[in-house]
Design a protein around this ligand. Structure first.
Ligand code: PLP
Length: 402
């Protein structure tokens, strides 16, 4: 490995909710009991030191002691275009199609607000990233959930009949599509995206495609941008990306949209500009330029290998040592979505009890119920393998015991 994915960083006192936001309620883990250190496995950020070319790019900009109003540099757009070309095989992307967004969720809300009215319904799959639920409901729209189903091999799949029924019966014209899927870890195959997009075409839906996880793809998988599956998909989809998930830059803020259709883009940017808060930060622009270079490509490839190693280790451990807990092996993202149904049934307890027992011994995992997993726990594996191993050993000794 060229880069460091083994150092155990101490983020305490240095602006990290993952380690300093314990006991805050709202789903945050409780602090561990005496004798246990805390292993952060909840908030979707990473415990790896950032790619050095990012801090170098920020450092170089800090040498220029002026931070006034600015326009994004041409390199900002060039880097995004070449990144999308090299990673996602995107052709024909131009600076005019790209627009800054403070956050992907902000972009999701701007799009929903641009194309629906309060009280309208938006189609979303379940399990569901909790941020979608909160932001769509806060915007006063209803969510119609179409459940993903696990096939005979345990792979999460869209249920196209169910989607069609809901689209037609509820007269829905807006959908949020999460690709890769958080929390299920699916990297959708081309035929799956094609079929979903055919339905969205048939029922005339604007599609919000959240592709924030599109760089965290396990070896052997390929991310297919929603806009690439057909000319119609290109025209009806508002897609969101960010270096924040990929490079651990959420605290710097900075995402972007890709919208090819002029009408869609005008409506989204009209909506997102109205709050006057959707403006780029100069350091986050330099962070993206530092991230989306040659070193960034190497770093992400290594990151994905490390995550694959962690996922393989964890899945094997669960299979061998934790009977009654099942997990579909993720193909992307760094999240495990543990199904504890059988274990809880056999041990006469509920998932809260399991969750709390984990927190007591410092395993900072996350309740899966707000993600619509009825007896599920979400676990972030973006940390050194030694920490993942320590967490699972604690779970075996103290949590999943008879
Ligand atoms: C699917 C998905 N979308 C959006 C976000 C948040 O993005 P942002 O911080 O850019 O709003 C997350 C964070 O975990 C996510 O998992």
């Amino acid at each position: 490995m060229t880069y460091d994915f083994t150092t155990l960083m101490d983020r305490h006192g240095w602006d990290a909710v993952a380690v300093d936001g314990l006991g805050a309620g709202g789903g945050a883990p409780e602090p561990p009991r005496a004798g246990y250190d805390f292993i952060p496995m909840w908030v979707a950020d990473m415990n790896f030191p950032v790619l050095p070319s990012i801090t170098e790019a920020i450092g170089a900009r800090l040498q220029q002691p002026h931070f006034g109003y600015f326009d994004p540099r041409p390199e900002y757009f060039d880097r995004i275009i070449s990144w999308q070309h090299d990673r996602n095989k995107v052709e024909g992307l131009e600076p005019a199609h790209i627009g800054y967004e403070n956050g992907v969720l902000g972009g999701v809300v701007s799009t929903i607000e641009a194309f629906t009215a309060p009280g309208d319904t938006v189609l979303v799959h379940s399990p569901t990233y909790i941020g979608f639920t909160k932001s769509i409901e806060n915007a006063g729209r209803h969510i119609e959930l179409s459940p993903l189903k696990q096939d005979e091999n345990g792979v999460w799949r869209m249920d196209f009949d169910d989607m069609e029924k809901r689209l037609s019966e509820r007269r829905i014209h807006a959908a949020v599509f999460c690709s890769p899927h958080n929390p299920c870890g699916r990297v959708w195959e081309r035929w799956e995206i094609e079929r979903a997009m055919q339905l969205y075409k048939q029922y005339d839906c604007v599609v919000v495609s959240d592709e924030i996880w599109s760089d965290i793809i396990l070896p052997g998988q390929q991310h297919i941008p929603t806009q690439s599956v057909s000319e119609d998909a290109r025209e009806r989809t508002v897609a969101f990306y960010a270096p924040s998930k990929t490079f651990n830059l959420a605290g710097l803020v900075g995402s972007y949209h890709i919208i090819y259709n002029d009408y869609l883009r005008d409506r989204v940017t009209a909506q997102s500009s109205k709050c006057h808060y959707n403006e780029m930060n100069v350091l986050s622009m330099h962070a993206l330029i530092g991230a989306y270079g040659t070193e960034g490509r190497i770093w992400v490839d290594e990151l994905c290998q490390v995550i694959e190693g962690n996922i393989d280790w964890a899945c094997r451990f669960i299979e061998a040592h934790v009977p009654g807990v099942t997990v579909a092996r993720p193909q992307g993202t760094y999240m495990l979505f543990l199904d504890c149904t059988q274990w809880c049934d056999e041990h006469g307890c509920d998932v809260s009890e399991v969750l709390h027992r984990g927190w007591e011994v410092g395993v900072g995992w996350q309740d899966g119920r707000p993600f619509h997993g009825p007896c599920h726990i979400r676990m972030n594996l973006a940390l050194p393998l030694s920490s993942v191993q320590e967490a699972f050993q604690r779970l075996e000794s103290h949590v999943f015991v008879d």
